[in-house]
Each structure stands twice: as structure tokens, then as C-alpha cells.
Design a protein around this ligand. Sequence first.
Ligand code: DGL
Length: 268
Amino acid sequence: MMHQTGDNRPIGVFDSGFGGVSLLRNALIELPNESFIYYGDNGNAPYGDRPEGEINRLASNAADFLVHKGVKALVLACNTATGAAIRILRQKLDVPVVSVEPAIKPACEREGDGKVLMLATVATTRLARYKALQARMPDPSRVINVGCSGLVERIEKGVTDMYAFDDILDEKLSPYWGMKVDGIVLGCTHFVFIAGAIREYAKAHFDGECILYDGNAATARQLHRVLEVAGLLSGRTAPERERVTFLTSVDAQTSKIIFDRLLKMPII
Ligand code: DGL
């Protein structure tokens, strides 16, 4: 292949906690010959209720940590960190940085007279970068942003059961019950692990198709393109046996159990 230079260094993937594992799953499929270092800043999760400056500092520390581990590219698998820190990280790091963003574009491109609900952390809904993205939509008022505090904490404990989030969803979504909803954007990588719970909840409480969207697959494809253009794809022709190294800012033993389960569990 023309651009393949055989750079076998790992790719760094970062999230405030386990959410980015949902994106890692896409990246593992998209790039079967690459290896990854996943860093979850579980000790500081959730980021989504913190002020922008703090998210910035935490994301910056995590990025430095991964760069010192020798990664050839960095994936911000956290919508919240993208909103707060992507510009600064791109300026200061010598490696390419690819990042996930709430997938409101595909949701808004699908025609319909219903609303698009964008579920994310409170921080994401408030950050200027996301607001600018929403303003670029053909009809920005079609998108209703819902900051869903509380979900991430529960998912961080490894909870993903179908009806285990209804109390929080009631609290955040009851103002919209009965509304025609064309699409629901999972604007936080953690929420992908409870897609089934959100879909069931939507079926019970909203009208409309309620198609779920997330930015993971598109981000994995973007990572592929960026590595290819930069000549950074690995030279391997078969996957390594241990493709993923898991690192965390808390006790690794307990977290590894949750990490392994999320990496493999079926997402419905
Ligand atoms: N998973 C992260 C995101 O995509 C944020 C979770 C958090 O720490 O609040 O936004």
C-alpha cells in the first residue's frame, strides 16, 4: 500500500472513564492490524459536571500521559473532552489527534418534522464548540439538548441493565414525553453502552422513529484516514495477540473487570 510505512507504535485512546471503550470497539474493527493503549481517567470521572477549565486541565494531563507512553496518534473518545480541549491539544501535541463529537449532523440530515434529542453531559451542551456545531445545522431549533447528569456515574460502576436508568431518564426526559422524536443522539460515549435502555425508554415515552445515533464509527473511520494520510499505519499484516493495553487512574484490578466486560458485551 502506498502510504504504509510500517509504524507499529500503539494508538492512544482516552476517555474520562469507560465510555471510550465503546469507541475503542469500533477502532479495533476498523483497524485490525493496530494496537491500542486505552487510558480511562476513572478517578476523575465524571468530567461532565465540571467547569471547562478543569476538563481542559484533566484532558491535557491525560493526553501528556499517553504521549509519554509513545503513542503515534491520540483519540479523544470523550465528547466532553473534545468540546473543552481539542483545539489546545491539537496545538500542543506532536501527534495527530482525532476526536468524537455528538452525531447531530447525520440525525439532522434525515428529513422529518420531529425533533432530535441530543443526550450528553451538561458540560457538552454548554461548551462553545458544541453550540457552534448545532448552529451549523439546517434547523438548529430541531435539536433539543439534554444534559444527563447521573448516567455516567452509574455506567462507571459497570451497570448497563435495561431498566436501571429509568429514574434518571424520567427526571431528564419527562418534559418531552409524547413529543415526536425522529432521532436521539448519544452525545456521550458512555451512553452507547445503554443504547438498549434508551431505545426502550424512548419507545415507551415518545412518538416518532427515535433512531439512535452515535459518533463512534465515523470517528474510527476518520482515525483510519488520518493514519493513512500521515503514513502512520502499522506494517503488520496480522493482528497482534494482545492488541489492547488498559491503563487507568484508579485501582487497575477492579476496573479491568469492568473494562473487559464492556469491551465484549453485546450492544443492542
Ligand atoms: N464519556 C464522556 C463523553 O463522551 C464523558 C463522561 C463524563 O466524564 O462525564 O462525553
